[in-house]
Structures are given as C-alpha cells and as structure tokens.
Design a protein around this ligand. Structure first.
Ligand code: ZN
Length: 139
C-alpha cells in the first residue's frame, strides 16, 4: 500500500470565506501515483471546515447568510467561549455544522465524484495562516 501526506496552507482576507481546493487535491493525487484508494481531506483547525458541495456563488452566499443567522459573530457576549478572551465562539459553531473533513474514493487515478461535487475549504475565523491535511492511501 502507498501513502501520501501533504499540508495545504490558506490565509483568507476575511473572517469567513470558501475556497475551492479541488485542483490542489487533484494535484496531490497525481503526485501520489495512487490509482485506487481513498483520499481524506480535513481542516487542521477547530474554526475551519472541509466540505463537498457545488461551486456556485449564490449557494456560497446562502451558506454565509444561513451560518450568520445560526451563529452571528456579534455580539461577542452571546458566547460563553468568548469569556476565555477569544472572539471566535461563532466560528467553532459554524465549523461544527459544516464539518471537519471529507473522504473521496479514488478510482482509476481520479477523484470519484458525483455530479457537481467539488471540495471546499470553509474558513470561519480567517485573517491568519491555517492549514488542511491531505492524506491519500491506496495502490
Ligand atoms: Zn476559540
């Protein structure tokens, strides 16, 4: 069995944002030389997500609106977590609902997606360097 590991780094200019990382994961897959197996892609931070959905601007706006309705950033006093001196109580909740990781099947050297599936990094407490782990196993 072969194994491949890579960290992808991001620094989003806004607090919240979504980045299509499908191309970077495909590059990892090519570099791994693995033809059949599984790819795990996970956020390495508890205020960011990796998820699969459509690369459609309106949908991403809908995610932002929905998440901000569920867990508004302000007032900061709304969150007990912020009593620790942090200001990212909302980001932990947003990450939880959008998920930590995805696993994608690899078939014949390709990510074996369903229709319109793309992989996204979801940032909820940005403006600093954060990373995503890509781990691919197979043969
Ligand atoms: Zn925190």
């Amino acid at each position: 069995m072969k194994s491949y590991r890579k960290e992808l780094w991001f620094n989003t200019p806004q607090r919240m944002g979504f980045i299509n990382i499908t191309g970077e994961v495909e590059a990892c897959l090519r570099n791994s030389g693995i033809r059949e197996g599984l790819a795990l892609v996970n956020a390495m931070h508890i205020t960011a997500s990796v998820f699969i959905n459509d690369d459609e601007r309106g949908l991403h706006g809908d995610f932002e609106t929905w998440l901000e309705e569920l867990a508004p950033h302000a007032p900061l006093s709304r969150y007990r977590h912020n009593q620790t001196g942090e200001d990212n109580g909302d980001a932990h909740l947003k990450r939880q609902i959008m998920g930590r990781e995805v696993v994608v099947a690899i078939t014949a050297g390709k990510l074996d997606f369903g229709p319109w599936e793309q992989i996204f990094y979801g940032e909820f407490d940005g403006r600093r360097k954060k990373r995503v782990l890509v781990k691919i196993i197979g043969e």
